[in-house]
Design a protein around this ligand. Structure first.
Ligand SMILES: *Cc1c(COP(=O)(O)O)cnc(C)c1O
Length: 364
C-alpha cells in the first residue's frame, strides 16, 4: 500500500446490493440511486458508471454542485437535484438537470426564470411529517391546480415525500400516517396528471414498507451495503473498507504513557503499534476513549490514547504483527455499523468520514 490509508470501494458489491434491493420491488418500480455527498464518501463517479451499466437512467444528488461535477466528468444520464437553491436554478435549467421544487419561495423564483418553450420537468416534494422540506399537503393541492393551468410550461415528472422513521420496525405508526397523507395527495394528483410518478421510500423503507414502493424508490445507503437493521443488512454487502498499515512497533514499560496528553498509562509491559492514519483522515480523535478498535485479519486490537492528526496507536501486546501489516477500521466482515455504535452514530456518518487524504481505490 503506497498510500497512508485507503478507502477500498468494491463495485461488485454495489451490483450485488442493487440486485438485492431490486428483488424487493415490483417489476415496474425503479431504483433511483441517491449519489450525494460524493457517493456517500465513495467517490460518486465509479458508482454511477457501475449503476448506469446495469441500465439505471435517472440519478439524484443533493446539491447543484454535485450534479455539475458529474456533468463535467462527462456523465450524461438524468440527474435530479434534490435541494436546489434560488442561486443555482438558472444553471440547473441550462444544464438540463431536474430540480425538486420544495416550497413556495423556490417555486416563485423558479417561475420567474423558467422561460423555456418546452415544458420543464420538475419534481414536487410534499412534507407529510418529516418537517424538513416540502409543501404542506394543502399547499400541494393548490400548487397542483396552479400547475394544471401552466402545463405548457411545467411537467410534474414525480411527486414525492420522505419518511422520518422508515428504519423503525417497532413503531410503524408515524410512517404509516405519513404514507396515508401522501396517498391522499397522490390521488388528487393522479386525476390531474396521469403521467406523473410517485415515491416515498428510501432504503429502509424498501425493506420495512414493501407495500408502498409505488413507481420509484430512492436508495442511497442500501447500495453501499447498509439498511439500518441486521435482518436487512444480511441481504447486502458493505462496499467500503477503510484500511491503513502499521508503521512502527514499540515496546513500553509499566508507567509509560502513549500519545498526547498522558491519557493512556501502561499498567504493564506492552507492545504498541502505530498506524499511518489519524484525525486528518477522518478518524474521530476520541475514538480510542470510546472503545475504538481495529482489525488485523480476524484479530482485533484496541486503540489507546488520543488519536493524533496523522497517527493512531494500538495495544498489540497479545497480537503477532509486523511493520507493514494491513489493518482495517471497517470492511465487509466488520461493518461500519460497529464503529458507528461506538461513536453514537449511524453507518452513513461513518462511511463518508474519510477525508481527501484517504485514497479511494476501486475493485471492479
Ligand atoms: C439521502 C436521501 C435518500 C436516500 O436515503 P437512504 O436512507 O440513504 O437510502 C432518499 N431520499 C432523499 C430525499 C434523500 O435526501
Amino acid at each position: 500500500m503506497i498510500y497512508n490509508a485507503v478507502l477500498e470501494i468494491n463495485l461488485k458489491n454495489v451490483i450485488h446490493n442493487y440486485h438485492s434491493i431490486k428483488k424487493n420491488l415490483g417489476k415496474s418500480t425503479k431504483i433511483i440511486p441517491v449519489i450525494k455527498a460524493n457517493g456517500y464518501g465513495a467517490e460518486s463517479f465509479h458508482i454511477l458508471e457501475t449503476l448506469a451499466e446495469l441500465g439505471v437512467e435517472t440519478f439524484a444528488v443533493a446539491y447543484f454542485q454535485e450534479a455539475l461535477t458529474l456533468r463535467e466528468k462527462g456523465f450524461k444520464k438524468t440527474i435530479i437535484v434534490l435541494y436546489p437553491q434560488e442561486q443555482n436554478l438558472k444553471e440547473i435549467i441550462e444544464y438540463g438537470f431536474e430540480p425538486v421544487i420544495y416550497n413556495k419561495y423556490l417555486w416563485q423564483k423558479f417561475q420567474n426564470i423558467a422561460l423555456s418553450n418546452e415544458p420543464l420537468s420538475i419534481h414536487i416534494e410534499v412534507n407529510t411529517g418529516m418537517n424538513r422540506m416540502g409543501f404542506s399537503p394543502k399547499e400541494t393541492l393548490s400548487l397542483l391546480e396552479e400547475i394544471k393551468d401552466k402545463e405548457a410550461r411545467f411537467k410534474i415528472k414525480t411527486l414525492f415525500s420522505h419518511l422520518s422513521t422508515s428504519e423503525d420496525i417497532t413503531d410503524r405508526e408515524k410512517a404509516l400516517k405519513q404514507i396515508t397523507l401522501f396517498e391522499q395527495v397522490k390521488k388528487k394528483s393522479e386525476n390531474l396528471f396521469p403521467d406523473t410518478k410517485y415515491h416515498i421510500l428510501n432504503t429502509s423503507g424498501v425493506f420495512n414498507f414493501p407495500e408502498y414502493t409505488f413507481d420509484w424508490v430512492r436508495c442511497g445507503i442500501g447500495l453501499h451495503g447498509y439498511a439500518n437493521h441486521p435482518k436487512w443488512d444480511a441481504l447486502l454487502k458493505p462496499v467500503a473498507s477503510l484500511k491503513t498499515k502499521i508503521i512502527q512497533i514499540t515496546s513500553i514499560n509499566e508507567g509509560d504513557s502513549v500519545g498526547y496528553g498522558n491519557t493512556f498509562i501502561a499498567k504493564k509491559t506492552m507492545n504498541i503499534a502505530t498506524l499511518a492514519i489519524g484525525y486528518a483522515d477522518g478518524i474521530p480523535r476520541d475514538y480510542g476513549m470510546k472503545g475504538g478498535e481495529v482489525y488485523l485479519g480476524n484479530q482485533s486490537a484496541p486503540i489507546i490514547g488520543n488519536i493524533c492528526m496523522d497517527a493512531t496507536m494500538l495495544d498489540v501486546t497479545n497480537i503477532s504483527c509486523v511493520i507493514g501489516d494491513e489493518v482495517c477500521f471497517f470492511d465487509e466482515t466488520h461493518p461500519a455499523t460497529l464503529m458507528g455504535k461506538k461513536l453514537g452514530t449511524i453507518p452513513y456518518e461513518i462511511i463518508l468520514r474519510a477525508t481527501e487524504r484517504v485514497k479511494r481505490v476501486f475493485i471492479k
